[in-house]
Design a protein around this ligand. Structure first.
Ligand code: NDP
Length: 434
């Protein structure tokens, strides 16, 4: 803890993984002998840089940029960029640490990394966003490459931002190196299904949990938090599979729509108009209401999908969900459930799918984008979606089998942590002390 003072979220993420590893180290003492865990907790490289840019009023603004290249035992560093005012080293390190195990679980050849900035894209003009992205890439470009480090989007970084970042990379390097970033537009090297992948993947994972109970989404009431990229496509897939999403949110509050969320309206509001969730009610009329502030987890449901941000579902929320009969919680976001919430759900027998397994569909599809870029190919939507569904089934089954093998049947958290860890740890052992 002293070594990483003040990095609260990183401590939380590391503790969560390390507490699962007792049975692994007992069975495989060579991991301890080679200091694999201590090496895993120390990023291979951390880059912190100044991002100066000029706003529309002609004033110079300064932000801080980060890229933490955490572990490359399995492949080039891979992980998104987050633009949000809460970003500091502790957030980027927690996300980068999680990413190592998540990427390992996908079975694809990708290492773990994460980056971003304390820049807040909200309220800025397109021109300001572009100038910020160009300045950010003017430093970042020297650290990334298709064989080195391949960033993608995350909170505050979507198709628009990836476009400006890619444009600046291309301009500086004079290389059309498609594989340097993922989440690109379909016209310039992007992959079908990448936009949908994280949300769809989370729902595919839940579908696998339901299958183990001989059940399905049909007729289920679902609550989703957030209304960004992950949330929107989780809602879409739930609806396609016969469930009803009755509530979603943003950082100002949540909406409840008893008829089920109108997805066309939500997409127009969030993806086109970049508006607030409160505006949903103005167009939708009587079936919907907006609750200013408060917790979306107060809305009774069968399945809860936290898809907004870290630590958004706490012990009180978990107790409410349990009381209301919620049986499955799957993390579309990274670490949205606090340790207390996870504990309560485990005690109550709620199936809990941790983000490193349940939201791995996004990065897995990014790896498919890299494959298409490398072979200068582009695959059809249905083919790519089928590959995503297969990958999510594979991750689910691996979690179940690993949890069984290490004496924690039904515990997806233990299964995900141990399966991800052993894959990376074995590669680290093979590569020697580096
Ligand atoms: P977006 O920026 O597209 O959306 C984030 C959403 O979460 C917005 O609706 C935002 O509302 C809401 N939100 C943010 N903070 C809070 C808060 N404190 N309380 C309630 N709502 C909040 O990001 P993504 O959808 O891409 O990412 C969401 C989560 O999923 C993150 O944890 C991310 O790390 C994770 N993830 C994303 C992947 C991807 O492919 N995009 C891949 C794997 C994980 P507002 O606009 O008000 O801020």
């Amino acid at each position: 803890l002293r070594r990483n003072a003040g990095e609260t979220e990183f401590h939380q993420a590391a503790r969560e993984v390390l507490t699962s590893l007792g049975p692994v180290v007992a069975k495989r003492p060579e991991y301890a002998d080679a200091a694999v865990i201590r090496r895993l907790c120390e990023p291979e490289r951390q880059i912190i840089f100044r991002v100066p840019w000029v706003d529309d009023a002609g004033t110079v603004q300064i932000n801080r940029g980060f890229r933490v290249e955490f572990n490359s035992a399995l492949g080039p560093y891979k992980g998104g960029l987050r633009f949000h005012p809460s970003v500091y080293l502790g957030i980027i390190k927690f996300l980068g640490f999680e990413q190592i195990f998540k990427n390992a679980l996908t079975g694809m050849p990708i290492g773990g990394g994460k980056g971003g900035s304390d820049f807040d894209p909200k309220g800025h003009s397109d021109g300001e966003i572009m100038r910020f992205c160009q300045s950010f890439m003017t430093e970042l470009y020297r650290h990334i490459g298709e064989h080195t480090d391949v960033p993608a989007g995350d909170i505050g970084v979507g198709g628009r931002e990836i476009g400006y970042l890619f444009g600046q990379y291309k301009r500086i390097t004079n290389r059309y190196e498609s594989g340097v970033l993922t989440g690109k537009g379909l016209a310039w090297g992007g992959s079908q299904v990448r936009t949908e992948a994280t949300g769809y993947g989370t729902v595919f994972f839940v579908e696998e949990i339901l299958k183990t109970r001989h059940d399905s989404f049909d007729g289920k009431q679902v609550v989703v938090s957030g209304s960004g990229n992950v949330a929107i496509y989780a809602i879409e897939k739930v609806q396609q599979l016969g469930g009803t999403v009755i509530a979603c949110s943003d950082s100002s509050g949540y909406i409840v729509d008893e008829k089920g969320v109108d997805l066309d309206l939500l997409k127009d509001l969030k993806e086109v108009r970049r508006g607030r969730i409160s505006e949903y009610v103005e167009t939708r009329g009587d079936s919907a209401r907006f609750v200013d502030g408060g917790s979306v987890w107060n809305v009774p449901c069968d399945i809860a999908l936290p898809c907004a941000t870290q630590n958004e579902l706490n012990g009180t929320d978990a107790a409410t969900l349990i009381r209301n009969g919620c049986g499955i919680v799957a993390e579309g976001a990274n670490m949205p459930c606090t340790p207390e919430a996870v504990q309560l759900m485990a005690e109550a027998g709620v199936a809990f799918a941790p983000g490193k397994a349940a939201n791995a569909g996004g990065v897995a599809t990014s790896a498919l984008e890299m494959q298409q870029n490398a072979s200068r190919d582009s695959w059809a939507f249905d083919h790519t979606e089928q590959r995503l569904a297969d990958i999510m089934r594979g991750i689910h089954d691996r979690c179940v089998e690993t949890a069984d093998e290490y004496g924690s049947p039904g515990n997806y958290l233990a299964g995900a942590n141990i399966a991800g860890f052993t894959q990376v740890a074995d590669a680290m052992l093979a590569l020697g002390v580096i």
